[in-house]
Structure formats: C-alpha cells, structure tokens
Design a protein around this ligand. Sequence first.
Ligand code: NAI
Length: 342
Amino acid sequence: MKVAFFDTKEYDINSFDNFNNKNNLEFTYFETKLNEDTVELAKGFDAVCVFVNDTVNAKVIDKLVEYGCKLIALRCAGFNNVDIKYAYKKIHVVRVPAYSPYAVAEHAMALLLTSIRRIHKAFNRTRDYNFSLSGLVGFDLHGKTIGVVGTGKIGRIFIDICKGFGMNVLAYDKFHSSSDINYVSLDELFAKSDIISFHCPLNEETYHMVNKENLSKMKNQVVLINTSRGALFDADALVDALKARKVGAACMDVYEEEGDLFFRDYSGHILNDDTLARLLSMPNVIITSHQAFLTNEALSNIAQTTSENLITYLSNGFNDNEICYQCGLQDQCKRKRQERCF
Ligand code: NAI
C-alpha cells in the first residue's frame, strides 16, 4: 500500500520511518498540506495520511476517489477537517482516537501555571539579569473552582490533575457522565468557575461556544484554556473581553484561523492576521502552536496506531478506529456490530 503523507514534519518522519517498507507499507512524505490545490500529489497512491490542518472537503474527496485512493488515515483524534458525511460509501476514514491524553492534559496545566504564575515573563526577565518581582504576582490554584467542558479521555485526566492541586472541579459533558465527577449545567459552570478548560470536540454545537453571550455569563477575571480546537472560541469576542478586563487570562494551544500559520516558521514576516497579532500583544495571553500532543510517547503511539490502521485495511478486516457520520447512532452504527462502516 502506497501512502502519501501530507503536512509532514521531521518528527513525523522520525516516528513513521520505523514502520516504512514493512508489512507492505510504503510511505512518501510531502511537506505541503492536503487541499484542493495539492490533491494531485495523491495520484498513484492507495491512501493519504493527513493531520489536523489538512483540508479534506467534498472536492478533495472527489479527487482522491478519482485517483483511486481508498483510505484517508488521520494521524490525529479530531476529524472536524474531514467531510465524513460526504466521504461515506466513497472512501474509508480511520483515525487515532487516543495517542496520549496525558500529553494534552499536562500541556493544559502547563499553560495555566505559566500564565497565572507569570513564568513566561520571569523567564525573559532573568535572562536579562532583571531580578525584579514587580508585576509577577500570581494566585494559588488550591481552593479555586475550575470548570471542565468535555469529560472524555483528556478531560478526565485534566480533572485528576486539578484535584491533585486541591481545586474544586465542576464539569459539563453533553453525553458522558461519571459518578465521581461533579456535573453541572453549562450555564452554572460558566457562572461559578474561576478557570474554564475546554476538552470537547469541535462540531456544530460547540462552534464558538465561547462567544459574546457566554463570556458575559462568566466571572470577572476568568481564566480560559483551550487545547481542543480553535473554533470553540470566537477569537474576536475574546479580544473584546480581554480588552474590557472581563477575561483575566487566555491560554490557547489552538486558534480558529491556525490552518495557514501553525506548524510553520514565519519569524521575520508581517503577520496578516490582526486578531492573532492583537492576542499575541497582550501580556495575559499565552499561545502555543498546537503542540499539546507533541511528546515522544504520543508520536510513537500515533505512528504505531496509524500503521496498524493501514495494515487492517489491507487485510480487509474490521477496524475499531474507522469513523463515519453514523458512528454511535443507535441502529445505523455498524462499528458497534464489529463491521466495516460500509
Ligand atoms: P473524547 O472523545 O475522549 O472526549 C470528548 C468529550 O467531549 C466526550 O466526553 C464527549 O461526550 C464530549 N462532548 C461532545 N460534544 C460535546 C458538547 N457539545 N458539549 C460538551 N461536551 C461534549 O476526546 P479527547 O481525546 O478527550 O479529546 C478532546 C479534544 O481534544 C479532541 O476533540 C480534539 O479536538 C482535542 N485534541 C487536541 C490536541 C492538541 O494537540 N491540542 C490533541 C488531541 C486532541
């Protein structure tokens, strides 16, 4: 099986090369992202392997099918960038549902601690031999209330970490529940939390969950953390709330318009995105460029599961990591019956 990798970085090649040219798998790595302009590169390949900022819309899917591609292998968990409804019965889609939920949960806490203890400012100061403490006053996490939206794999681990800090945890999840988690309504979570961390997928319901209206329901000086998907936050509404001193700090590993920027070096260039530039200008905003997953453990798990996904497809077998728009639906979900989606 010839597989074309898109948006490939050195760290991807390092981990995927352990599986290359074995078990009938042959990998070709492209640096460019997959989109309508680059899809032609997929000619002659049996499968494409894509990441979070590749665009797999209806037009790209049509071209992939025309070129004889039979499988889209996501090397990530989220699949909001793939039109899975359109792909149904045309091309199979597999993903890596979990590679290291610890990596993402730990990164969320790293962002929070960096922000509220001003580590980013102190780091720069002491390098300049500036040992002043002025402006570095933080606050204790112990005893504070944190709201966690989405209590799946990552959200649960994040909750455990927060409990270790002696925080009072409130949670909201549309589907999951667990007796050891204190669930409240989304409005109550917004109203009572000093800090809110988002760990739910991006979909029609969660798009711009942090918007002008919901921001007004939150406590003054609330700290917001987003390690899920950028479009959970309306970035312009966030800028306004930061300027109005409503939001005390924002910690973001993802950004709504990250697709054209993240994973690339634009130092020395002029940033065209005014909203991102405004956010980056604020002392109480920390942005990392979608790196929460980036640990040795996660990279190795991603390469292993993706390769297994490809091999299972080759052997025509059932794959629990296949996804389609009917996943989870009561009667229609074939995966529940251990069958291929189509
Ligand atoms: P998961 O599927 O285990 O958990 C997601 C939870 O969100 C589920 O419990 C689900 O019921 C809940 N949910 C779904 N719709 C909801 C809604 N409308 N309101 C509230 N909760 C809702 O997923 P996991 O592994 O915990 O990942 C969470 C998200 O983290 C992913 O969707 C992905 O976008 C993001 N992610 C980010 C990474 C990064 O590097 N920054 C890496 C991996 C994942």
